[in-house]
Ligand binder design. Structure first.
Ligand SMILES: C[S@@+](CC[C@H](N)C(=O)[O-])C[C@H]1O[C@@H](n2cnc3c(N)ncnc32)[C@H](O)[C@@H]1O
Length: 171
């Protein structure tokens, strides 16, 4: 029987679908996530302090970033089912002391002003209803001199060949 298609709309996911989404991310995108984290560390060198990952999904990216830094990461996700899987992944990775899952919306970040040294958001901005509002929120929670990185894609270590593969697997 063909596997039921995972809804592109994250808001439609129940826990089972969120777990299947997580499995697909791990199976298909892990090399790209690893190489993107490598590039971020090389280029931005933000290795310690407080990080907020906006739209963290199931926290696969946050876990990889955590393993290669001393950052304390607040992994924020809007969808309850996806947040639950993120929580499980963080526990399973033994990183619950360094990655704090947060259920919340990027449009109203539940953090005080100048909270974070580093704000990362990968693959989420295309979902934001009011991008200007989210950028204002990111700016608000960023410490003076802090770094914010918002984008999509997987960076320079993803070769053209791998990119073709990733495009085919796009979910
Ligand atoms: C493609 S996933 C990216 C996950 C992760 N950042 C990564 O790079 O693997 C996009 C995530 O952003 C979340 N998202 C979308 N809009 C959001 C919002 N307004 N606030 C918080 N999270 C949001 C979605 O629910 C989804 O889990």
């Amino acid at each position: 029987m063909p596997e039921k298609r995972i809804p592109a709309n994250y808001t439609e996911m129940d826990l089972l679908e969120a777990k299947r989404f997580d499995k697909k991310v791990k199976e298909n995108f892990m090399p790209a996530i690893v190489s993107t984290v490598k590039q971020i560390i090389e280029d931005y060198g933000v290795l310690e302090g407080v990080c907020v990952d906006v739209g963290c999904g199931t926290a696969v990216f946050a876990i990889e970033l955590c393993k290669h830094s001393k950052l304390k990461i607040f992994a924020l996700e809007k969808e309850k089912a996806i947040y639950e899987v993120a929580r499980m992944n963080i526990e399973e990775a033994g990183l619950a002391d360094r990655i704090i899952p947060v259920l919340g919306d990027a449009h109203k970040l539940p953090f005080e002003n100048e909270f974070a040294d580093f704000v990362i958001s990968r693959g989420s901005y295309h979902c934001w209803k009011d991008k200007v509002q989210v950028f204002k929120e990111i700016y608000r929670i960023l410490k003076k001199g802090g770094t914010a990185l918002v984008g999509g894609g997987f960076g320079r270590y993803v070769t053209a060949l791998l990119q073709l593969e990733l495009d085919k697997r796009a979910i």
